[in-house]
Design a protein around this ligand. Structure first.
Ligand SMILES: [Mg+2]
Length: 420
């Protein structure tokens, strides 16, 4: 299936690499006595944590990631339960990226164990995408003792779908011509990025398979989902224009704002108002940079200079004031010792992704027109602020104490940059 010489637009040059049972496999490599055994990596094996990764031996017992550890122990009492060692897995992950970059400079790390590569133009040196994928699989097995599942397709969406089709140690090619045969029979919920809510909304319109979605009138989908209707229709037809983006390395890892209060305070109202203002500013900067965030962090420094930092991961990506505020206010409520005076308060958004990314778009819009109206409103407010300054629009609760939000020394932080 060598595509050499052909120059169709839809040539499969995008490779998605997904490491098999990554954390567990790294542990089995580091500890040969664990090979062949059911290994279950989790946050904290004795706490109320959930499973991060189960080796294939453990999966045979029904253990899955995101399952409570308690349940995993019931299903697999003789399993080897280990706490995750993220920095070690991260180190392996970075060395894997170096392997990929030997074949193409266009490498986009997607998560700790996944990456997209575009190998267009690399054929003369290394062969076509399938040949390159085989070489990479060999390099990884020989150099790391690890296996991966690879998807090869004309775009990221299809490559991601493909890598999931034969696990573990798979290599699956989806060509443009294969979409009707391979993608259309799938339930809509199996399409990468289509969540439960969107699948339910589609079902209520009588659309349950990818094929039905692909053939549905675009106008009808747009009427129901806004611009995302178009994206859904596209991906069901195997169309995804988003590029493999190596610049993900240059993006900030976090965006934050903090303020040192004019006077240390233990007044919940004052702190809450600051949170609201900081959240608005952080969310606005997310929108300005076309980013969305998955994690919100609250930072409090008490009068005695001790610092408390607490984070919350959201269900979905966001770039909205309300979501950032709600998460930070919950963190304040749950963690602040009321009697203690606060001298500095900060809000940071991390787990950032580009908002044009297909999955983030789906999550962001939640597949509902109301979400799109919300986005339009936010961008209208941003325009007013750009023109007339930060104080032009403030939420009702800020108006009565302009001083509370304004008084203090604010600092803007752009987190450390991701590094290769
Ligand atoms: Mg994986």
């Amino acid at each position: 299936m060598k595509g050499q010489g052909s120059c169709e637009r839809s040539e499969p040059t995008v490779i998605h690499i997904d490491m098999d049972a990554f954390f567990a496999a790294v542990e089995q490599q580091a500890h040969p006595e664990l090979r062949g055994k059911p290994v279950i990596v989790c946050g904290d094996p004795d706490g109320r944590a959930v499973v991060s990764t189960a080796s294939y031996e453990a999966r045979a017992f029904g253990v899955r990631s995101a399952m409570p550890v308690k349940e995993a122990k019931r299903l697999c009492p003789h399993g080897v339960f280990l706490s995750s060692r993220l920095s070690d897995y991260g180190a392996v992950s970075r060395r894997l990226l170096e392997v990929y970059r030997r074949y193409t400079p266009v490498v986009e790390p997607f998560s700790i164990d996944e990456a997209f590569l575009d190998v267009a133009g690399c054929e003369r040196l290394h062969g076509d995408a399938v040949a390159i994928a085989r070489k990479i699989k060999e390099d990884i097995l020989r150099g790391f003792g690890l296996t991966c599942s690879v998807g090869i397709a004309p775009n990221k969406f299809l490559a991601k779908m493909a890598s999931d089709m034969q696990k573990p140690d798979g290599l699956t090619v989806i060509r443009a011509d294969d979409v009707s045969r391979v993608i259309w029979p799938l339930p809509v919920g199996k399409l990468y990025g289509v969540g439960e809510r969107t699948a339910e909304a589609l079902a209520s319109m009588g659309i349950t398979t990818a094929g039905a979605l692909a053939k549905a009138p675009v106008d009808m989908l747009v009427a129901r989902f806004g611009v995302m209707g178009r994206v859904l229709h596209d991906v069901a037809n195997g169309i995804d224009d988003s590029a493999v983006d190596p610049a993900v390395w240059d993006r900030p890892k976090s965006l934050g704002r903090e303020i040192t209060l004019v006077e240390d305070s233990s007044d919940e109202d004052v702190l809450t108002r600051h949170l609201l203002s900081l959240s608005e500013q952080v969310a606005r900067r997310l929108r300005k940079h076309n980013l969305v965030a998955r994690t919100v962090t609250l930072r409090l420094r008490y009068s005695d200079f001790t610092t408390l930092t607490r984070s919350r991961t959201l269900d979905e990506f966001t770039c909205y004031d309300e979501d950032v505020y709600r998460a930070s206010a919950e963190l304040l409520r749950a963690n602040w010792t009321r009697s203690r005076k606060v001298r500095l308060i900060g809000v940071t958004a991390s787990g950032l992704a580009p908002s044009h990314d297909y999955t983030c778009q789906l999550a962001l819009f939640g597949g509902h027109a109301a979400q799109e109206r919300r986005r339009n409103l936010a961008s209208a407010l941003d325009k007013v602020r750009d023109r007339f300054g930060e104080g032009a629009i403030t939420r009702a609760s800020l108006i009565d104490t302009g001083e509370a939000a304004g008084g203090g020394c604010e600092r803007e932080g752009e987190g450390e940059r991701a590094r290769g």
